[in-house]
Ligand binder design. Sequence first.
Ligand code: PLP
Length: 375
Amino acid sequence: MSKEPLYLDYNATAPMRPEALEAFRHAVEQTGNASSVHTFGRAARKLVEDARRQIARCIAADPTQVIFVSCGTEANATALGSVINEQEAEKLLVSSVEHPSVLQAFPEKMQTFPVDSNGHVSPTTVRQYLEDAPKGTRVSVMLANNETGTLQPIPEIADEVHAKGGLLHCDAVQALGKIPLSFNELEADMISLSAHKLGGPQGVGALVLRKGLHLEACLRGGGQEGRRRAGTENVAGIAAFAAAVEAATEELSRFQSLESAHREMEETLKGTAPETIVFGADSPRLPNTTCIAMPGVSAELQLMALDLEGIAVSSGSACSSGKVEPSHVLTAMGVDETLAANALRVSSGWASKPSDLERFSQAWLAVYQRQQRAA
Ligand code: PLP
């Protein structure tokens, strides 16, 4: 088997798209602070405003709604922690499968609500949790889960939240560039985006706000981003982010063939190793994500064996302070700790080919068969 490196960890970060690299190079070679009034500054400002228009067009929003920030984590923290319409959020209601940047943003205010065994959020659950919540409560539900790819019914959840006078934030970091994304159709009040998950650079993201929503900056100082986020803009990063979003939007159909390859791969694995478990399989999912467990074989062992074959995927466990903990997402879905410790995430992207998933299947099945013989 070929030992050529094979990257299947796009949900962690994607390689830079050539269009993004070119835009980055072009912008980084120019000198100029986008807030300066001289020619250099105006050239930098043009790059930022062109990028804002490009991104807004791709997600069916207005450029004035797009605020550039340093990453998805900052977009999430701003959405949950900033003052909006003079109203402090006393309580934050979030699903139990949110990214840690949401779950750990303001733990003292946070209340989580459960998901079903597919990681799916039911709008009825949201309604029940909102029953006693104060008006203006902020709710946060992600569009696509980073570990399982499970997609959430955001417009239906938005209806429940708005009926109770609340605000809905949606972390759309994993969805952008993989499925069609329209800010207006989502009906959320705020969405978070991050460039590096779709082939833009690391360290740049955006928070998109519903029109008429006034947000007081978390980072204060300069008047950048319409006084909604102080700090000199990352001009090259922003230009490359927009180039990546545009390229991804034009190439969304690429994900259809990847989706078929993922589903075929899941069938192949289940066909040969019937005890294989595909998490979130009964829910709408991202086209590029498969989260599977090989019962009885630790994710670390699988990762190392695959790495020897040149294949990069990731485990469903989170490693914090040197301790490998079971994934909070799988735990919230009711998966027991032992099985969660056997889970791998395989995520493809813009440069992947359907044959990459076949190569993964063969390598994974070889690990499985070796374990069967050893047992
Ligand atoms: N939200 C989700 C769903 C993610 O997967 C990630 C990154 O892993 C983030 C937010 C954070 O994005 P960033 O790495 O840009 O801070």
